[in-house]
Design a protein around this ligand. Sequence first.
Ligand code: SF4
Length: 239
Amino acid sequence: MKTARRTLAKPAGAGARPLNVARESLAAKRTRARAIARGLDRLYPDAWCELNYRTPFELLIATILSAQCTDKMVNQVTPELFAKYPTPDALGAASPAAVETVIKRTGFFRQKTKAIQTVARRVAEDHGGRVPEAMDELTTLPGVGRKTANVVRGTAFGHPAIFVDTHVRRLANRLGLTVSDDPDTIEVDLQALLPPRAWTAFAHRLIHHGRRVCAARTPRCTSCALRRWCPQIGVTNAA
Ligand code: SF4
């Protein structure tokens, strides 16, 4: 989906020190998290999942394929995949070699073929062909962890959900919203700072910001619109 970017208030100057949050109370952190969420909303008002999908099943499969692969590449293979195998039944019963050929460009194609066909069969056999919405049912599907389950719950079903991928984990730490590296703990920490109605969009927008500005190797702090709220924890090579 196309994302409009707008300019926020001017960030602090290039020489300004990062915010000090060492003694920040939970209430102050909540206030700051909400300011960050509003800032992201203004920057990326239309940000949503960058994987193309039409149904929860397609999003589930696309999310599994996106491991170690760009969303752009996944979007290049899924139209053919879902045209050939439009239902969990069809995908589960397909020839593995044929599926491998279609998804080969996403990398790790043998493991991914096995993963998506196993999930497809479980959805077909145990859930009547419909992806379940409940977290405990989603995470009992083979290879589906909390991150994938939250992506599907939040994005396709509209439940409040924070999914912690590599971008969310990095930004949550740099922004001083968690001190944990553990995705499950980060999810709980972020949930405590924002109202549930904000969770899903916040996670999508953090991912957008991580891809466009707060890159893993060289975050563009000098021009970052979130800088006034960011302690830049662990950042040593900002541009
Ligand atoms: S780019 Fe820098 S200022 Fe912006 S969110 Fe990342 S670490 Fe913070």
